[in-house]
Ligand binder design. Structure first.
Ligand code: PHE
Length: 337
């Protein structure tokens, strides 16, 4: 019986079979169990002899079962380890990393530049009242200059702001004529334009406003000159041309000189060698007054620029729609390393 059992155990290849063998010999109806049960029928002299033998057999079978189980388990573990081996020397798969949008970087760069000149950064709502978007900027209802900026109206009194200039009025009102200040305000603006290479119904602007005693046109020119040189290079020149905005008097448009190509890249540059990048002027006395500042005492300058235009100029982007098409191949060219 023992030899038989041990042979079967040795031949077994699975743990499941081992369990069957265990049951066959040591289970309730197992062969060894049968022998032990039959002991009662034996004589007094035979019983201890047979008992001892039976115990030996049981120990032998149990030990053999245990050893084999352990061996099979070990083999299984090794097999598993082999199958699940990871080759740590293989190169990893590259993880795609995103980055800030080109416009975000441009806006931040401009913010940093003006913060360096003592400006605070402010924000205003994109859904604006007719009052702040137009009236407080010297654009009364039915004023023909409202046509300069086709608007998305929500109700009679609410619209998507057409420029960041309402933040001029909001800031003056907050400071209530009591305090000189310098602020810039970046943000999204909306106009009812048909989208093409140079127009978008939604784009960004950065507004600037400086109100103090004795602010002059030459201060505006100096500030913008400094900005242009920092943003585009020390060899750039600016020029101011007369223009019209209802909220500034006099009003100007600023052009920046543009070289064509250098080793690093090309600027978008047409005909005259000058390209327009912003509008500005001296804050209109009526606008100061509505903001709570006495125009006899205070003066100020304001300007508004388009980061898209600046990015287009700086990086030679020729279609404004690229900024909003979300084509990763375009955007990732401008991710910083
Ligand atoms: N708000 C004007 C525009 O969107 C720009 C501007 C700002 C002009 C500030 C003058 C002063 O066209």
């Amino acid at each position: 019986l023992q030899a038989d059992a041990l042979q079967r155990i040795a031949a077994t290849e699975t743990i499941r079979e081992l369990q069957d063998i265990k049951v066959a010999y040591l289970g309730k109806k197992g062969s060894l169990t049968g022998v032990l049960r039959g002991m009662g029928k034996l004589s007094k002299e035979e019983r201890p002899v047979v008992g001892e033998i039976a115990n030996h057999v049981r120990t032998a079978i149990t030990t053999a079962l245990e050893e084999k189980t352990e061996k099979l388990e070990q083999a299984e573990l090794e097999k598993q380890l082999e199958e699940e081996t990871i080759d740590v020397t293989l190169p990893g798969r590259p993880v795609k990393v995103g980055g800030p949008h080109l416009l975000t970087n441009i806006v931040q760069e401009i913010e940093d530049l003006f913060i360096g000149m003592g400006y605070e950064v402010r924000e205003g709502p994109e859904v604006e009242t007719d009052y702040f978007n137009f009236e407080a900027l010297n654009l009364p209802k039915n004023h023909p200059a409202r046509d300069m900026q086709d608007s998305f109206y929500i109700t009679n009194e609410l619209l998507l702001r057409t420029h960041t200039s309402p933040v001029q009025a909001r800031t003056m009102q907050e400071y209530n004529g009591e305090k000189p200040f310098k602020m810039i305000c970046p943000g999204k603006v909306y106009r009812r334009d048909t989208d093409d290479a140079t127009h978008s119904h939604q784009f960004t602007q950065i507004e600037g406003l400086y109100v103090d005693k004795n602010v002059r046109m030459s201060d505006l020119k100096g500030t913008l000159d400094k900005f242009a040189k920092k943003m585009f290079g020390e060899d750039r020149e600016i020029r101011l041309r007369p223009s019209f905005f209802p909220f500034t008097e006099p009003s100007v448009e600023m052009d920046i000189s543009c070289k064509v190509c250098d080793g690093k890249g090309c600027s978008v540059c047409k005909g005259t060698g000058w390209i327009e990048i912003l509008g500005g002027g001296m804050v209109h006395p009526k606008v100061l007054e509505m903001g709570g500042y006495d125009p006899e005492v205070y003066s100020g300058f304001a300007f508004g620029m388009g980061p898209e235009r600046i990015a287009m100029l700086k990086y030679g982007v020729n279609d404004i729609r690229n900024f909003y098409a979300n084509d990763i191949r375009f955007l990732k060219q401008y991710h910083k390393a």
